[in-house]
Design a protein around this ligand. Sequence first.
Ligand code: CA
Length: 229
Amino acid sequence: MIPHILVVEDEDSLATLLQYNLQKEGYEVALAGDGEEALLKVEERAPDLVVLDWMLPKVSGIEVCRRLRQRNETRNLPIIMLTARGEESDRIRGLDTGADDYVVKPFSMTELAARVRAVLRRIRPGLAEDRVRRGDIVVDRVEHRVKRGGQEVHLGPTEFRLLDYLIQHPGRVFSREQLLDAVWGSDVYVEARTVDVHIGRLRKALGVTDATDPIRTVRSAGYSLDLEG
Ligand code: CA
């Protein structure tokens, strides 16, 4: 699955430059021009990482960061702050803003891309890897293959994306709507029970080794993938 990055920057030229370069690195990029729009966009579709400018109109970057850290759904959302050289960057280093990393302007795109990769690798190891192993399940993103307990698991494209998403967040419970947004995309109209159908197929396919069912159904909440290791 392609990591989705939200860039929050009010300076149009820099926003466009960031979008262009991060897309070139293989990320999907959305833009927000102020803090208010950023919070709305995160609510609509949770990104995998936020690049957040410190000085923003309406709601400041620091306030966006604080609000994201207060909410359960976004408490662990990786955030890289962009700061201008000078007092702000000194202040930001001294503050416990909850950001995962800081980049001081002006910065090179190579530097920013390296920070993005590093933060993703540290916080969501599954996202930056070509191959993810959790418990006895291995998802190979390059070859689009899944193995469980060494045996090949045959999955349809939707089941593959579903497993790939769940395995990035082991133990976390997702509602059907969240899974629809993440796996099918928010522009597509699909009924929530479609998720149940594909979870059913995924479960059946993963049952290759008679191992215990790794997918937990949480009544009236949704699903999660529970694996050791
Ligand atoms: Ca700014």
